[in-house]
Design a protein around this ligand. Structure first.
Ligand SMILES: Cc1cc2nc3c(=O)[nH]c(=O)nc-3n(C[C@H](O)[C@H](O)[C@H](O)COP(=O)(O)OP(=O)(O)OC[C@H]3O[C@@H](n4cnc5c(N)ncnc54)[C@H](O)[C@@H]3O)c2cc1C
Length: 454
């Protein structure tokens, strides 16, 4: 095949893009993966900061198999993950260890111990889940549509069974840790569909001891070994569409525009950025309406460095009753190599006041900092903020480019242009795993529809 001529161009090397590119290379396609940054992985990557290896986004990854590990194996790449300990809960100033299994029951027991009315909600929760199933949320979810008549929020649903503030706090933390959206905004039907889905939550999670970027590099190496190309520092500036079909792309390489030809293009940039570089005039009004209506999940991403561990936890911590923080992970309690000797790293994620409106960034940062000081009493003396980023609804690196359950299809009206990533997640899947599952499904489809050039 001629230089700058590829079977497939994959724009962007986030987890969705890199899994797609590596799988297609594995199955004989000549692929160009073009990434605008100097490192691979997008929100599944690592930045070196003052000797710390800091995650750019997702870092709690399945540690015992699952679709990401399968893709690595299929492509022949190393998947180096170290499992974390069991999760814990912070509430009312105290830490509570949760078991590996039966966490809902354990949460209710903790609520009971701290004075919430457990007896009333235990049975009702189980009944509610069953009712949702009867309503067909799960079935409809699998075909990609949320039952539009059931938009009740998680909080309103819970209010049918309890008015206990602590119960709300715990469920806000649990549900928001998965969805990255507030419990009073996210529909309960979507949450149950998620719980009943093939993914079924993250039970065993771990951290990449050398950072996710090592995983990405390992997958990219399998591509180059198979004759595909990986270009970093190379933004895709334009998707070239002619007669209703993609014919190539203009990629900026070493500052110079390079025109590449391709049979198909898979974009990991999210539908919004994709239609901009393809030209909005190439899409019909209905499609653009869907793109413009995508609801993103903003997040405050906070990395806390310290000269002593700030909490004695080894798994994911659900933080209940704080102003903004809902999750904390003491990364170096599992992987000390992510920090310089004698230093420690804690990552905290906050769900902002609303996922529907622009944020007051200063206020969100202030509330998160207050939480850090409350949750970790040693912070003032032993800790410092290494990095805090308030990612508003239009930030490139939001938690998700679409709320779970509201994603767009990966196909577009242009027959050889597809999306991967977290705006086109398969229903019921979340995060990095959803992007990998989406990549696997689209690669299966592409293999049926398009053959690699000989
Ligand atoms: C703070 C935070 C914490 C999270 N925690 C978790 C977690 O613990 N577990 C989990 O499973 N998920 C988590 N997530 C979600 C997860 O990180 C994302 O869903 C996932 O990584 C998104 O991947 P993606 O394929 O959509 O692409 P992205 O990560 O968005 O990557 C897109 C890539 O495209 C590149 N790009 C952009 N424009 C161009 C262009 N014009 N040309 C070429 N390249 C371009 C970007 O540089 C980027 O590398 C978290 C997210 C955040 C933000």
């Amino acid at each position: 095949m001629a230089e700058n001529k590829y079977d497939v161009v994959v724009a962007g090397s986030g987890v969705g893009g890199i899994c797609t590119a590596a799988l297609l290379s594995r199955y004989g396609y000549k692929v160009l993966m073009a990434e605008k940054r100097d490192r691979l992985g997008g929100r599944y990557s690592t930045i070196e900061m003052e000797g710390f290896k800091v995650p750019t986004g997702g870092m709690a990854l399945p540690s015992r198999g699952g679709v990401i590990a399968e893709i690595f194996k299929e492509c022949g790449a190393d998947y180096n993950i170290r499992e974390m300990g069991a999760p814990s809960l912070w509430i009312d100033g105290g830490w509570h260890q949760l078991p590996e299994k039966g966490q809902l029951k354990a949460l209710l027991t903790i609520l009971d111990a701290i004075g919430a009315n457990k007896a009333k909600i235990v049975g009702e929760l189980a009944k509610g889940t069953a009712t949702e199933k009867i309503l067909g949320a799960f079935k409809k979810g699998k075909t990609g549509t949320v039952d539009p008549s059931n938009k009740m929020s998680i909080r309103d649903w819970l209010k049918q069974f309890t008015d206990d503030e602590k119960v709300f706090q715990v469920f806000h933390s649990v549900t928001s840790s998965f969805t990255a959206v507030n419990d009073f905004e996210y529909p309960v039907s979507s949450f149950f569909a998620y719980l009943s889905s093939a993914q079924g939550g993250l039970h065993h999670v771990g951290i990449a001891p050398n950072g996710n970027v090592e995983l990405c590099n390992s997958l990219a190496d399998t591509m180059t070994a198979r004759g595909s190309d990986v270009w970093t520092n190379s933004p895709v500036e334009k998707i070239l569409i002619d007669n209703g079909k993609v014919k190539g792309a203009v990629v900026s390489r070493e500052g110079k525009p390079v025109e590449v030809e391709c049979g198909l293009l898979v974009s990991d940039l999210g539908p919004r950025a994709t239609v901009e570089i393809a030209g909005r005039d190439k899409f019909d009004a209905d499609y653009l309406k869907q793109v413009d209506a995508l609801m993103t999940a903003p997040i405050v991403h906070t990395l806390v460095a310290s000269d002593k561990p700030l909490a004695d936890i080894t798994g994911m911590a659900m933080i209940a009753g704080a102003k903004r923080i809902v999750t904390g992970i003491a990364m170096t309690n599992t992987c000390p190599e992510l920090a310089p000797p004698g230093q420690h790293l804690m990552v905290c994620w906050s769900t902002p006041g609303s996922s529907l409106h622009h944020l007051d960034k200063e206020e969100e940062a202030r509330l998160t900092l207050e939480d850090v000081k409350t949750i970790f009493p040693d912070f003032d003396q032993h800790g410092r903020i290494l990095w805090m980023e308030v990612r508003d609804i239009d930030h490139e690196y939001v938690a998700y480019r679409s709320w779970m359950g509201y994603d767009m299809p990966p196909e577009t009206a242009i027959p050889n242009l597809f999306h991967v990533g977290d705006a086109v997640k398969p229903f019921g899947w979340e995060g990095t795993v959803a992007c990998a599952q989406g990549a696997k499904l689209i690669v299966n489809e592409l293999r049926k529809r398009f053959k690699p050039a000989a």
